[in-house]
Design a binder for this molecule. Structure first.
Ligand SMILES: [Fe+2]
Length: 149
């Protein structure tokens, strides 16, 4: 898979580097091609504790809890199946979100008072949602889920 990383904010772009980073606005020159940008578990059937602490866990619900009823897709995301530490020297800094490889939002975290989890309310109800969690020690980890499955 062709992936490009913004050297300023660690955003990952698929297939080609964008003219400007959609997260931090950096120019295309700041993107580096790195086809190994995403960490891949060696065995999805036997995840290690490191895998379980970093792979986003994504669940969908058609029944919206706070916004526009059936027009909304609730997406519950947490990193990961095992809780990840949130200390300044080791934390989940952000989750970037994509539909069909097109970026649409970044959830940013600090080491203060928050866990790497969120509830999103999407207007989209088709396509493949990707969530990429970035750990400042262990890199970027992706989970994909079909919105219309
Ligand atoms: Fe980590």
């Amino acid at each position: 898979m062709k992936t490009f990383i913004c050297q300023v904010c660690k955003h990952i772009a698929f297939d080609e580097a964008p003219v400007d980073c959609p997260v931090c606005g950096s120019a295309i020159e700041n993107f580096e091609k790195d086809d190994d940008a995403l960490k891949i578990p060696a065995d999805y059937d036997n995840l290690t504790d490191t895998d379980k602490q970093h792979l986003p866990v994504v669940n969908l619900s058609r029944k919206c809890s706070i916004t526009y009823g059936s027009k909304c897709t609730d997406v519950l995301i947490k990193v990961g199946e095992l809780e990840h530490v949130m200390q300044s020297e080791h934390l989940i800094e952000f989750i970037d979100l994509y539909i069909n490889k097109k970026y649409f939002s970044r959830l940013a975290f600090t080491s203060n008072n928050i866990r790497p989890a969120a509830l999103l309310h999407l207007s989209a109800d088709t396509g493949t949602l990707s969530a990429i969690a970035y750990c400042n020690n262990h890199g970027s980890w992706r989970t994909k889920i079909k919105l219309d499955a």
